[in-house]
Ligand binder design. Structure first.
Ligand code: MN3
Length: 201
């Protein structure tokens, strides 16, 4: 089995002005496509190619740099495209309750997530993760690591992820990562995040 680059459910320019079309196109057709191709090369003719990406990452030998970097890159970007939408739906229901329970308020969650994204040194990701009982946690990981991988210091399943590699924002925002993080909140599709939450708990 080999993994395929997913098609986006929206056009490259449809997240503007928050995320520009050229960044979206390069990010999807070059970066994500590259991780996908290199993951397939790394697992070809190994027992890993019989497993889902979640199974591969959850049981990963972290010394396997090719699968760690490219499997992480494949999975992380799949989640990233999925949680954004030009017709972003608002937050409500059990996920809204869980955010209030775990962080005190939506604003306190946003502050914690934004801090995690802004302070991840160099390249990496910020995450909102859900534990089995429904508790939520914010964390960040370097490079293409993610909370599914063993020993990365994040618990729970990732239900929302933000790419803070410079390739995700530099054309439009240059060094202004906090502005990009703030703009991300305008395109989060909370209906999709809520579906991820229900699946995780
Ligand atoms: Mn990226």
């Amino acid at each position: 089995m080999s993994f395929e680059l997913p098609k986006l459910q929206y056009s490259y320019n449809s997240l503007e002005p928050h995320i520009d079309a050229r960044t979206m196109e390069i990010h999807h057709t070059k970066h994500h496509a590259g991780y996908t191709a290199k993951l397939n090369t790394a697992i070809a003719d190994t027992p890993l190619n019989k497993h889902s990406i979640e199974e591969i990452l959850s049981n990963l030998d972290m010394s396997n740099a090719a699968v760690r970097n490219n499997g992480g890159g494949f999975y992380n970007h799949c989640l990233f495209w999925q949680v954004m939408s030009p017709d972003a739906n608002g937050l409500s229901g059990t996920l809204a309750d869980a955010i209030n329970r775990s962080f005190g308020s939506f604003d306190q969650f946003k502050a914690a997530f934004s801090t995690a994204a802004a302070t991840q040194f160099g390249s990496g990701w910020a995450w909102l993760c859900a534990k089995k009982g429904g508790d939520l946690e914010v964390c960040s990981t370097p490079n293409q690591d993610n909370p599914l991988m063993p020993g990365v210091g994040c618990d729970g399943a990732p239900i929302l992820g933000l790419d803070v590699w410079e390739h995700a924002y530099y054309l439009n925002y240059q060094n202004r990562r906090p502005d990009y993080i703030n703009a991300f909140f305008s395109v989060i599709d909370w209906e999709v995040v809520a579906e991820n939450f229900e699946a995780a708990v």
